[in-house]
Design a protein around this ligand. Structure first.
Ligand code: HAM
Length: 420
């Protein structure tokens, strides 16, 4: 886990602010869930790989709890228990830190940040499409360039495995291997689960299918999955999503990969991840999960969502030479000429702050010239010098640090000067 120094923290909060603005624009309202939750809840569908990496401990009440490794389980719990009667569709946003005992490396940390968006109560393709458009808008707004969406559909793969009566546990292991692109190992597991030769071959053909020509690829997949009714139905859903994306004017790069799976086990439909050429890891990922709310005791509630890795996004922006520029604000240093003027210095600083101006008071007792050279070094835009003679007449010395000029002005005039 890392310490974030001021510039890093500012950059992170800047991405968070952008994520919040996107939530507002799309009508996603924020919910705040706890960082520590019941282990069983968090572990239920997180998938083998992530489950092993959870921070698990017993609290003083003897409960087995864990630090949240993602938002989805917590938000789904919230919807299942406290928002069942809230009208659907329901759009919820969360942002904050998550914890996974991953091997630390570039872009992978044990504490990281996500902006998470979930939409509950619609099984229609337009909900999936909204999440993709929202993602595109967020990435664009944050300044990311040349990103690619990788998409797939869990329903197609599970539809095939279901017809072969492969148990869910086994299917989950197969999905874990596909998530890691271990196609041969996945095929071996399918064979071990005594799937038919035909099914093994069909899956192998599917694993080969990837590309940008979405409509043609859907036809190709259709040829393979025709004998599997559930998989074919899932493909129809994928076709509808792609169709609506294109009709809705999607101008971002999308790569369809028929053998794409994600490690999280709750997905039932469309899945996707976002990549840039400059980095191997995904910047965001999500998909449709239509059965999680039921699993947590709620009614039938289809859902789809996405989580963006905020710190990872910053690394991608840095690699692209496009780190967000946190807007520079005017900063003022108020310097009393002598200690007796300190009280006045606090009064003047308070007037400035009431006008919304970032103001610091010289608190180290330095002489005016030393305080000024320090203000110069730290990039203050102005200094306000409080001398006894001026303040007795309701005036102060205002120094423009950049232009290196100063003038005597009325205290009352100060706020207006900075606004200008
Ligand atoms: P996820 O793919 O596990 O999905 O994580 C989403 C994003 O979080 C990743 O694409 C990555 O940017 C970031 N991330 C994950 N692990 C790390 C790490 N160790 N260090 C830095 N960044 C990391 C989910 O969490 C799902 N809950 C997404 C979702 C929402 N699905 C439906 N709704």
């Amino acid at each position: 886990m890392r310490d974030l120094l001021p510039e890093e923290a500012e950059a992170l909060r800047f991405t968070e602010q952008t994520a919040r603005e996107i939530a507002r624009l799309y009508g996603y309202r924020e919910v705040v869930t706890p960082i520590v939750e019941n282990y069983e809840l968090l572990a239920a569908k997180i998938g083998e790989e992530n489950r092993k990496r959870m921070y698990v401990f017993e609290d003083l009440g003897g409960r087995k709890v864990a630090l949240r490794p993602e938002f989805t389980a917590s938000v789904a719990r919230l919807v299942a228990t406290k928002m069942q009667s809230t009208p659907k569709p329901l759009r919820l946003f969360s942002v904050g830190s998550l914890y996974r005992y991953d091997e630390p490396q570039f872009g992978r940390h044990r504490e990281f940040w996500q902006a998470n968006y979930e939409i509950f109560g619609s099984k229609r393709p337009e909900a999936d499409v909204e999440i993709l458009f929202l993602t595109n808008d967020f990435l664009g707004k944050i300044g990311l360039k040349n990103y690619t969406f990788k998409i797939g559909h869990v329903g197609i793969l599970r539809g095939i495995l279901d017809r072969e009566k492969i148990a869910e546990e086994k299917q989950n292991s197969i999905m874990q291997l596909l998530d890691k692109k271990h196609w041969e190992d996945a095929t071996r597991l399918v064979k071990e689960a005594s799937a038919s030769q035909e099914c093994v071959e069909d899956l192998q053909s599917l694993f080969e299918i990837r590309g940008k020509n979405l409509e043609n690829l859907v036809v190709e997949i259709g040829e393979i999955v025709k004998p599997y009714p559930e998989a074919f139905e899932a493909l129809e859903n994928l076709r509808a999503i792609i169709d609506l994306l294109l009709k809705g004017g999607a101008d971002f790069e999308i790569v369809l990969e028929a053998g794409f799976a994600r490690g999280l086990e709750y997905y039932t439909g469309l899945i996707f991840e976002v990549y840039v050429r400059e980095m191997a890891q995904a910047l965001g990922g999500g998909g449709r999960y239509d059965r999680l709310i039921e699993l947590f005791g709620g009614g039938k509630t289809p859902a789809v969502g996405i989580a963006h890795g905020l710190d990872r996004l910053l690394l991608a922006l840095q690699k692209q030479g496009n780190l967000p520029k946190v807007p520079v604000t005017k900063r003022v240093l108020v310097i009393p000429v002598r200690d007796e003027m300190l009280g006045e210095a606090f009064k003047v600083s308070s007037i400035l702050r009431s006008a919304g101006i970032c103001t610091e008071v010289e608190v180290a007792g330095r002489s005016v010239s030393r305080a000024l050279s320090d203000a110069d070094r730290k990039g203050f835009t102005y200094a306000v010098i409080i001398g006894s003679k001026e303040i007795a007449e309701g005036k102060v010395v205002l120094r423009d640090m950049e232009r290196r000029i100063q003038e005597v002005i009325d205290v009352d005039e100060l706020p207006a000067r900075f606004k200008a």
